[in-house]
Design a protein around this ligand. Structure first.
Ligand code: ADP
Ligand code: MG
Ligand code: MG
Length: 192
């Protein structure tokens, strides 16, 4: 993993968010307040601007710039959570460049902030699945797709969707879908 690969990863993430902004907001309309696509779009635009302006030269600094951009521009519940993920990944990157270690650190960062456990229909579900698959070197697009699909039949017990109680069942979790784009972009650009 080198600096250029990580920049390409984040750039592809921004593209996937931009291309799927309306889909993300539609998912959030079903079980939330309909803003997840716009939230994420603001975040990735700020991320790209700041990466261009600040020209970070280490992987740790790239994640730090990303964390700050997402933290202060995404808004909603997901902004601080993505910010915490990338901040934890930034710290971890200074000691390890093993992808499994980085994503596990990111997952722990989200959990430290949002207090969600597995199967509460939040983005933790996919971060957990991807961290586990990386640990055993078995991450595929199928793992990502399955983690997204698995949120459908869960009842949300954290975040705005939890206000719906049982009516949150039957819909995909928007934050899991946006994190899925992060991991698809990762798979397409990083090779361990
Ligand atoms: P808001 O709900 O404030 O409008 P967004 O729509 O941008 O924020 O983000 C909603 C997403 O945030 C959810 O789909 C879920 O994946 C994620 N989320 C919400 N609360 C938590 C939490 N406590 N831990 C992890 N993820 C969470
Ligand atoms: Mg929302
Ligand atoms: Mg909102």
């Amino acid at each position: 993993m080198n600096v250029q690969e990580v920049l390409n990863w984040l750039n592809d993430f921004a593209t996937l968010i931009t291309d799927n902004k309306d889909y993300l907001s539609d998912l959030d309309t079903s079980i939330g307040d309909g803003d997840h696509g716009n939230n994420m779009l603001r975040g990735v635009i700020a991320m790209q601007q700041q990466l261009t302006e600040k020209q970070p030269t280490t992987i740790g600094d790239i994640f730090k710039v990303t964390a700050m951009a997402l933290m202060s521009n995404v808004g909603g519940a997901s902004g601080p959570l993505y910010g915490s993920a990338f901040m934890a990944m930034s710290k971890k990157a200074n000691e390890s460049e093993v992808l499994a270690d980085l994503i596990l650190a990111g997952e722990n960062g989200i959990q430290a902030r949002g207090k969600a456990e597995l199967n509460e229909k939040t983005m933790i579900d996919i971060w957990f699945a991807v961290a586990n698959a990386l640990q055993v070197k078995q991450l595929t697009q199928r793992v990502i797709d399955d983690a997204i699909a698995a949120t459908k039949n869960l009842q949300a017990t954290k975040g705005r969707a939890s206000y719906l109680g049982e009516r949150s069942i039957g819909h995909l979790d928007p934050g899991t879908v946006s994190s899925g784009y992060l991991f698809t972009a990762m798979m397409n650009n990083l090779h361990g």
